[in-house]
Design a protein around this ligand. Structure first.
Ligand code: ADP
Ligand code: MG
Length: 581
């Protein structure tokens, strides 16, 4: 075949393949255009998971009648004039490809009226072919309706996921943009029903509630970090609030939603040792930096960016998140109000006078190679805030708590949570060294499981082996347990195996590491000493020493506190020895 230039409509379809992957890509491009047009209200309507219809109506500047046909052509943009402009882009769009791409794989109708016009216009594009343009009386702004997406690219349609999934993509996209632009009135209608509606009053907590529910929204911690011309702000979950995957880590860079493994890694590193392995925080971070610090022209759907100074971004994100975490979740310290129940409230909820503020916490600079995401998991540098001082055991109360004295006051330790933490770290350490001491049972135990559970277990026998079990299939739905992790010897093997299977039921995560960590935490919970169990002095001491040796002694593997700290300072004040109030 001779070489020839592709006709424009084919070139557009090829470009569309990169830009428009699924219905939510259309929503993203249209929403970005509406934002670039300076809208204060954006209404999105979706039918049939976006395959039937997507409509985006905005109150922005509009497209002048004489530019309408141009707007839907390829490489037509009002946002970029010179090549140099590419390096300080302040708009979301700049490639001039979106409308042409969408128009080439759907039936697209554009209605628009520019601010300076008295009447608007209307244009239909069908599979890339421009129809006739008419005058139309419409309000200032733009409405773009996209129908029968991919009707002329059936192969694309086949790649789409279920309607539920595609709808979820759209909803999560719109909600995230709503969170990023809280001063805009957003409305999302899915099959005629309101799915999201915001007031445009700028209150991000309100939108967080829509996204995660009131309860989670209330728990989210605010991040606000400034350094030179960088600002990093947003919301992060406390260590007690986690998810099984990193899907809830959302990063915006200069108002643009991007996927960025380095920023995500920096976030995770900030949480390192505070979260159980295989658990991830809920995070929405907005990074603001000078436009020239970031190259946005590296991905056709503009979903990735490149930072000029990657290391700098990495370390700033890490510090921003870590500071917010430390400011809000030190060992819970009893404050007078909680202690006596009748003291007048002082200070704010989260920064009462006994709580260190972020600024007071010394923060070690991350090491020079901080930006290397591969090293995140093996980072062992500890923050002083995580470490326990040497503790002197005083005794046990209510058969549930240990009391210990440290150089800085009194510690009340939950024996169950503390033991969970100790077992968890010991087991995880053994796993990482590929040698979980297994204890062979004197008598192998046969365990019969319901068929469904048996099938789940069969698929995971090698994971079990890695965490110290020796389990073999033995006839239908029956398994022989020959060994269990040495750490849990004394526990009931059948119960332990059941714990494991329950966990597979909850979450068939294919990631062995995540499964192992979850299982381990679960086993530790079952096997740890309970509240209400009397411990000998030796046992109490042993628990305390093991806890001191932990990497993250202050939380149990599920993120709950293992201890409460009554500082010497607090005690002195309470007893009127100093600065009595
Ligand atoms: P880009 O956003 O990269 O410029 P698009 O294909 O998305 O490319 O849009 C082409 C042009 O059409 C934009 O540069 C803009 O001038 C105009 N346009 C598109 N959508 C809107 C809108 N909702 N309001 C105003 N102008 C718009
Ligand atoms: Mg655009």
């Amino acid at each position: 075949m001779p070489i020839r230039l592709l006709p424009d409509h084919i070139a557009s379809q090829i470009a569309a393949g990169e830009v428009i992957e699924r219905p939510s890509s259309v929503v993203k491009e249209l929403v970005e255009n509406a934002l670039d047009a300076g809208s204060d209200s954006i209404t999105i309507e979706v039918q049939g998971a976006g395959k039937r219809l997507i409509s985006v109506l905005d109150s922005g500047a509009g497209i002048p009648t004489e530019e309408l046909a141009l707007a839907v052509s390829r490489h037509a943009t009002s946002k970029l004039a010179r090549a140099e402009d590419l390096f300080h882009i302040t708009t979301l769009g700049f490639r001039g490809e979106a409308l042409a791409s969408i128009g080439s794989v759907s039936q697209m109708t554009v209605e628009s009226r520019a601010v300076e016009e008295t009447v608007g216009s209307h244009l239909v594009v069908e599979g890339g072919k421009l129809g006739q343009q008419d005058q139309m009386g419409v309000p200032v702004g733009t409405r773009i309706v996209v129908e029968d997406l991919f009707y002329n690219v059936p192969a694309r349609l086949k790649f789409l996921k279920t309607d539920n999934t595609e709808r979820r993509h759209i909803e999560s996209l719109v909600t995230r943009y709503a969170l990023a632009y809280p001063q805009i009135r957003w409305q999302l209608l899915v099959d005629g029903k309101p799915s999201l509606q915001t007031s445009g009053n700028g209150d991000r907590r309100e939108i967080l509630s829509a996204l995660y529910g009131v309860d989670i929204a209330r728990q989210m911690l605010a991040v606000d970090f400034k350094e030179q011309d960088y600002r990093i702000h947003g919301f992060i979950s406390p260590v007690s609030l986690t998810r099984a995957n990193r899907r809830e880590i959302t990063i915006f860079v200069n108002g643009r939603w991007v996927r960025d493994t380095a920023v995500t890694a920096a976030v995770l590193r900030a949480y390192h040792t505070l979260l159980m392995v295989g658990r991830y925080p809920i995070v929405t971070l907005f990074l603001e930096m000078p436009p020239e610090a970031v190259d946005v022209n590296v991905h056709p759907a503009k979903a990735e960016v490149r930072f000029r100074e990657n290391d700098l971004v990495f370390s700033r994100v890490q510090r921003a998140v870590r500071r917010a975490l430390l400011a809000y979740s030190p060992v819970p310290e009893l404050r007078p109000r909680q202690f006596w129940g009748n003291q007048p409230e002082t200070g704010t909820e989260t920064t009462g006078q006994n709580w260190p503020s972020a600024a007071e916490i010394p923060f070690p600079e991350s090491d020079a190679n901080g930006a290397d995401p591969a090293r995140v998991q093996i980072h062992t540098g500890q923050l002083d805030a995580d470490k326990l001082p040497l503790l002197r055991l005083v005794g046990q109360v209510a058969a549930t708590y240990l009391i210990a004295e440290g150089p800085d006051g009194l510690y009340l330790i939950d024996q169950h949570a503390a033991h969970e933490r100790v077992l968890f770290e010991q087991l995880m350490a053994q796993q990482s060294q590929e040698r979980v001491p297994a204890q062979t049972l004197l008598e192998p135990v046969n365990v019969v499981l319901p068929p469904e559970k048996a099938r789940l277990l069969e698929n995971q026998l090698d994971v079990l082996e890695h965490i110290g079990f020796d389990v073999e299939p033995f006839g239908p739905n029956t398994f022989t347990v020959r060994a269990i992790p040495a750490l849990i010897v004394g526990g009931d093997p059948e119960a332990a195996l059941n714990v494991v299977v329950e966990d597979f039921e909850d979450d068939e995560t294919p990631l062995a590491a995540a499964t192992e960590a979850k299982l381990t935490a679960r086993i530790c919970k079952r096997m740890a000493v309970k509240g209400g169990q009397i411990l000998s002095m030796e046992e109490q001491n042993a628990l305390l020493r093991s806890l001191e040796a932990c990497q993250s002694p202050r939380t149990c593997p599920h993120g709950r506190p293992t201890m409460i700290h009554l500082s010497a300072d607090l005690l002195e004040r309470q007893f009127g020895r100093r600065g009595a109030r």
